[in-house]
Design a protein around this ligand. Structure first.
Ligand code: IPE
Ligand code: IPE
Ligand code: MG
Length: 255
């Protein structure tokens, strides 16, 4: 087994060494990027400053995931429940994909990254959808890391659409009730052509899923950290992956 040993300063004056095995890298990592507002508040800044700095953390996480050899990185950017926030904040969040892509797309293309979007396009402003569609189009033939933005995503909504799709096929006689299997359901989810996340990361100390990938996370390893999303960097991803590699995934069996 090839072992790579990494060292980094963990922010305190203690140096830690991480052992990351190259043959057990999670294929799909999903991240609930939380704590932007609290990060800003702690510094006496408006909440949007937290979102602005959160964008830089998206870049750091993407580069680090690519270097590690992760194949899919799903980022929870905006939930179907986030519409209840004040309009100015929602408007700001809706401008971030454009801003992020204007700054980073060239480098992402150079790195062979493929951009995807997972969520419901309706209600999203056209400038947000157009920026994402353009990035998806420009990177559709790339074969490197898949950077999947969960934008206006909600797991219950996704499942509801899935049930409706299948019900219509049954109603039209295209499908028999006996044909409904977990595999078929998988094919009707927004993640149809992606593996389930191996590792879920949530920042900001909250210990909940907030309507994120409830079906797909059935057997994912969960890793929580108290740091706020704008503070997230390569060392945190390495720490999460190192912890992931120490876990024993049993899927209900014995190992
Ligand atoms: C995450 O940070 C970003 C989004 C949910 C869009 P928050 O905005 O939720 O920050 P907190 O949780 O209020 O600190
Ligand atoms: C989850 O964070 C949604 C995103 C990160 C986009 P929230 O801040 O919306 O979640 P709650 O409200 O704390 O559950
Ligand atoms: Mg939050």
């Amino acid at each position: 087994m090839i072992k790579r040993v990494r060292s980094w300063w963990n922010g305190a004056d203690k140096q830690e060494t991480l052992t990351i095995s190259e043959d057990n890298i999670p294929q799909h990592v999903a991240i609930i990027m939380d704590g932007n507002g609290r990060w800003a508040k702690r510094l006496g800044l408006p909440r949007i400053a937290g979102h602005q700095n959160g964008m830089k953390a998206v870049k750091r996480a993407t580069i680090a995931a690519d270097e590690l050899g992760i194949k899919y990185l799903t980022m929870y950017a905006f939930s179907t429940e986030n519409w209840t926030r004040p309009k100015e904040e929602v408007d700001f969040l809706m401008r971030l994909p454009q801003e992020f892509l204007a700054i980073e797309l060239d480098e992402l293309i150079e790195k062979n990254v493929r951009i995807r979007m997972m969520g419901h396009e309706e209600h999203l402003p056209s400038h947000t959808v157009n920026a994402l569609r353009e990035a998806i189009r420009l990177t559709e033939h790339n074969t490197g890391l898949v950077l999947n933005f969960a934008m206006n995503y909600g797991s219950r909504r996704e499942m509801t659409e899935c049930v409706k799709d299948i019900a219509l096929q049954v109603q039209s006689g295209e499908l028999a009730v006996e044909d409904i299997t977990p595999e078929l359901i998988d094919k009707h989810m927004l993640t149809a052509d992606m593996p389930d996340p191996d590792l879920l990361i949530r920042t900001s100390g909250e210990l909940r899923l907030s309507n994120f990938m409830l079906w797909q996370l059935a057997y994912s390893e969960l890793w929580f950290t108290d740091i706020y999303w704008p503070e997230f960097g390569k060392q945190h991803l390495l720490e999460a992956v190192a912890e992931y590699q120490r876990r024993s995934r049993r899927y209900g069996g014995l190992k």
